[in-house]
Design a protein around this ligand. Structure first.
Ligand SMILES: [Fe+2]
Ligand SMILES: [Fe+2]
Length: 250
C-alpha cells in the first residue's frame, strides 16, 4: 500500500479572523466580473480536474467559509476564481506532475494572471496584495501567516478533495485514469461505478488511490486553517472514508 507521509508540521499560529461586517468594500458584481474574465482561460486546461468545475467549487467554498469566519466574502471568492489560473501555463509548458507531493509551479504562474485580472476589475492596493499572496501560497503545505484571504483560500481549495466529484478528480489527475468531466449527477454516479471496477482489476492503481485518499485526510486532520472547514466538508469527509474502506477491501 502506498502511504504518503507529511513532513513535520510547523508550530501553529493563531489567526485573528474576525472582520467587522462594514469592512466589506466590494460587491458581488465585481466577483461576477472576475468570473467572466477567468472562465475562458480555464476552458483552455486539458485536464478537467483543475478546470472550471473545480475553480467554481473552490470560489463558492471560499465565499461560504469567508462568511462563516467573518472575512470579506467577495475578495475570498475572487481569490478562489483566480487561484489555479497558472495551471494553464503549467500544462502549456509541459510541467504537470500528478504526484500529490510533486513540486508545482502553477501558484507562481497564477499570480501573474491574477494581477492582470485584478487590474481590470479595479482591485488594488492592500486588497490586491492580499489576494496575490493568497494565490501564491495556496498550494503550500500550511500557510502560517496572518493574511485572512490566504487562510480561507487554502481551506477552500482542499474542500474539493472531498465527496463524489473528488474521487473522479483524483482518478483523472493523480491516477491518470480515463475519466471524463462529468456534466450531471448521473454522470458522476456512473463514472464512480466505472472507476471502482478499474480499481478491482488494477491493484497498482487501487493502491495509488488509497495513498492519495489517505494523504487528503491530512488536509483536514492536520492542516485545516479554520474550524469551519471541518464542518463544511463533513459529508464529503465521510464519503471519502467509506470510499477508501471499500477500495481497500478489493
Ligand atoms: Fe492549485
Ligand atoms: Fe485548486
Amino acid at each position: 500500500m502506498v502511504k504518503l507521509q507529511f513532513v513535520e508540521l510547523a508550530s501553529r499560529v493563531q489567526f485573528p479572523l474576525a472582520t467587522p461586517k462594514n469592512m466589506q468594500k466590494y460587491t458581488s458584481a465585481q466577483a461576477d466580473e472576475v468570473e467572466k474574465l477567468v472562465k475562458p482561460i480555464y476552458a483552455r486546461i486539458k485536464n478537467w480536474a483543475h478546470g472550471w468545475l473545480h475553480v467554481k467549487n473552490v470560489a463558492k467554498a471560499a465565499e461560504d467559509l469567508a462568511k462563516l469566519e467573518g472575512v470579506d466574502p467577495v475578495l475570498c471568492k475572487i481569490a478562489g476564481y483566480c487561484h489555479d489560473l497558472g495551471r494553464v501555463d503549467e500544462e502549456e509548458r509541459g510541467l504537470v506532475n500528478p504526484e500529490p507531493l510533486a513540486l508545482s509551479h502553477h501558484a507562481e504562474f497564477s499570480v501573474r494572471s491574477t494581477r492582470e485580472i485584478l487590474q481590470k476589475v479595479g482591485i488594488k492596493g492592500g486588497d490586491a496584495d492580499q489576494i496575490l499572496e493568497a494565490v501564491r501560497v495556496h498550494n503550500k503545505r500550511k500557510y502560517l501567516g496572518e493574511n485572512k484571504i490566504a487562510i480561507i483560500l487554502q481551506d477552500a481549495d482542499r474542500t474539493d478533495g472531498f465527496g463524489k466529484l473528488a474521487m473522479l478528480r483524483f482518478a483523472s489527475f493523480n491516477c491518470e485514469m480515463p475519466v471524463e468531466e462529468p456534466q450531471t449527477d448521473e454522470d458522476i454516479d456512473r463514472e464512480l461505478g466505472e472507476i471502482k471496477e478499474m480499481f478491482k482489476r488494477h491493484k497498482k492503481l487501487c493502491d495509488k488511490m488509497v495513498g492519495i485518499l489517505e494523504y487528503a485526510f491530512g488536509w483536514i486532520d492536520e492542516l485545516a486553517n479554520t474550524e469551519s472547514v471541518k464542518d463544511y466538508i463533513k459529508e464529503g469527509y465521510e464519503f471519502n472514508k467509506k470510499f477508501l474502506e471499500e477500495i481497500e477491501s478489493y
